[in-house]
Design a binder for this molecule. Structure first.
Ligand SMILES: N[C@@H](CCSC[C@H]1O[C@@H](n2cnc3c(=O)[nH]cnc32)[C@H](O)[C@@H]1O)C(=O)O
Ligand SMILES: [Zn+2]
Length: 437
């Protein structure tokens, strides 16, 4: 089935910013053919003799681009609720990293399947991952039909430092642009405090050789900024600029603690920033200056971070948290209006991942990554403003249908590409073994 007609939905194309003015949504049809959007409302034309293979009745439903989770460690679903209520370095050092020593490849496969199940069910159609056993993650992405930017997390100060470089090269060779083009591979030097400049040099050399982007944790905590400044005489973002990181497409997770000049550095180099509000709150890392970065024109997408420091993968919830957190932290209720939060979860997320020509908007020529949200529910009445409903009232469970690359992967909340019961069973086995139960 490659021709789908999504009829009479409330289309929210996300193809313009608030500054553009004009209509932000309208009722109409979306036509999909061979994985791409061919028409959407007044945009594009559906040929008179065009016969759809499938018609989806979208009356009473919002039709919008699939959500883009720009930063997670998907297989950490296995560690969800294992260790909470700790600061980052204690959480990583004492709880998570010791557990990760015992992870096996099939654990990562099933943990990732569970994450993808949760993401599809809550309307996420693209995610950016940084983990290991990434061939297993790629396999799960290929099988489930989701879109992903994958990187093998590399800890330059760990015994795995050389192995991680080798695996990253293999990941690019075996999986970059594979799975019908749904997979993009990046290099994943974990963070400035785990990847010293001499190791980063090796990573940058490989990025130049393979012409791929870089996914890194950056300026996440005050301790990171203090320690890096003490060790190198400059802040993490300035250090990254000095080593040449920003000569490549960069996806920088967090960017919580930075000054005005560093925001300018991110803007100048076109860095894709990922704001992870719930992880930053849960680990008490801080509040990123998101409104300011958006005002300056930095590409800021949204991420959940790992499901063990959130603890879910619901990007609708993350959108609301991002909007509310900026309002209260800026003491300004106009900060991050609803539409801007939606932009972060769609078009700006695509821009942060370097995919703005492919996904993030509903427009002819773009990939058919589309979600339908059922608006016929108590918390969406009265129907004043669908944009406000989606940000301030919606939950991931309101997503009814998900199409990725023109394939229906969920319809009427039934996921078609994952064996849910098998995933639950396998995850429980892995989690019990890992926790030594
Ligand atoms: N430890 C593996 C590779 C690391 S992948 C990415 C790493 O990021 C860790 N991680 C998860 N969330 C965060 C975060 O918020 N900040 C920094 N690291 C995180 C995660 O536990 C994982 O160890 C090895 O040495 O081969
Ligand atoms: Zn992370």
């Amino acid at each position: 089935m490659n021709r789908i007609l999504i009829q009479d939905g409330l289309i929210i194309p996300m193809d313009k910013s608030l500054a553009d003015g004009g209509e932000l949504h309208y009722t109409g049809d979306v036509a999909v053919e061979q994985g791409k959007i061919v028409a959407a409302g007044p945009e594009g034309t559906i040929p008179a003799d065009w016969k759809p293979d499938k018609i989806i009745d979208a009356r009473g439903k919002a039709v919008l681009p699939g959500f883009i989770n720009c930063h997670t460690h998907a297989a950490m679903t296995l560690f969800r609720s294992y260790a909470d209520d700790l600061p980052l370095m204690q959480w990583l050092g004492e709880k998570i990293w010791p557990l990760e020593e015992n992870l096996q490849s099939e654990d990562v496969y099933w943990g990732t399947q569970l994450a993808i199940l949760e993401m599809i069910r809550s309307g996420t159609t693209t995610f950016a991952d940084m983990y290991f056993f990434m061939d297993q993650v790629a396999q799960a992405v290929a099988e489930t039909g989701i879109r992903a930017c994958l990187s093998r997390g590399m800890i330059g100060v760990a015994p795995t430092r050389d192995e991680a470089l080798k695996e990253s090269k293999e990941l690019v060779r075996n999986w970059h642009r594979q799975a019908e083009g749904r997979i993009n591979v990046m290099l994943g030097p974990h963070a400035p405090y785990t990847c010293p400049p001499d190791y980063l040099d090796k990573v940058l050399e490989m990025a130049a050789e393979l012409t791929v982007g870089i996914h890194i944790h950056l300026a996440e905590t005050r301790d990171e900024v203090r320690d890096i400044t003490k060790q190198y005489g400059k802040t993490p973002i300035r250090l990254m600029e000095e080593v040449g990181l920003f000569k490549f497409p960069v996806l920088a997770a967090h960017c919580v603690h930075l000054d005005e000049e560093e925001i300018e550095i991110l803007k100048t180099h076109g860095v894709g920033v990922v704001h992870n509000p719930e992880s930053n709150m849960k680990l008490a890392s801080g509040i990123a200056p998101v409104s300011r970065m958006l005002e300056v024109g930095v590409k800021v997408g949204l991420g959940t971070d790992g499901p063990a420091s959130n603890n879910n993968l619901d990007l609708i919830e993350e959108m609301r948290t991002a909007a509310l957190l900026q309002k209260v932290s800026m003491q300004d209720p106009t900060a991050i209006p609803a539409y801007q939060a939606l932009e972060m979860a769609t078009r700006l997320g695509a821009a942060a991942l370097g995919l703005s020509e492919e996904v993030g908007v509903i427009k002819p020529g773009y990939k058919a990554d589309i979600i339908l949200v059922d608006l016929n529910q108590p918390h969406f009445y009265p129907h004043h403003d669908p944009l406000a409903h989606l940000v301030y009232a919606a939950r991931g469970a309101d997503v009814d249908t998900v199409i990725i690359d023109g394939k229906v992967v969920m319809e009427n909340r039934e996921v078609k590409t994952i064996d849910t019961e098998r995933v639950y069973w396998e995850v429980e086995q892995s989690a019990r073994r890992l926790a030594g139960r």
